[in-house]
Ligand binder design. Sequence first.
Ligand code: G3P
Length: 215
Amino acid sequence: MKIFIDSADINEIKKANAMGVIDGVTTNPSLIAKTGRDFKSCVKDIVAEIKGPISLEVTHIDTAETMFEEAKKLADIAKNVVVKIPLTEEGLKAVKLCRNHGINVNVTLCFSPNQALLAAKAGANYISPFVGRLDDISEEGMQLIDQIAQIYSNYKFDTEILVASIRNPLHVRDAALIGADVCTIPFSVIQQLVKHTLTDIGLAKFAKDWEKVPK
Ligand code: G3P
């Protein structure tokens, strides 16, 4: 499973990248706003750090054409930019336009198997189902991943399942057990994945015993 970091914070991205486990980055307007920085400089730093796919989201979402125009500008920033387009009727049209133009697309804000089916048919490179936000409203987010995986396997779609809105380590484990292609994970959760109490206890014991060894 590929691991993307779900962040626009260059310090977080650099720290995670230094661990050697990061395959790409996803951002959204909220994550960009959280940095307090302007869009251009924020993205410039990310592009300089990450060689893998970097998702940047469109904000001019009124029509397929406005999204397509913005997508072309975003895709021009760097070869590895993947344009994030929302799962709406106009969004699906924009996906088609982008794909015909050779622009890679991540279809975002997916909450149902049927939405995922349509995104794949429109030619999306990635589909982003939001598991945490479904859990928030008492729907099983991970069940959606299972269903999308089944549908994509039934019809051999190439669209990669990019599990988003990850809130905790169990989301990551379950996505990996299902066989999702990608998980995009906030930095705090990446740090949680590393930690285990028994690792800490084991390290402390080794250090203590090492003191007893004559040197
Ligand atoms: O990148 C989109 C997604 O991961 C958002 O997560 O926690 O705002 O639902 P969240």
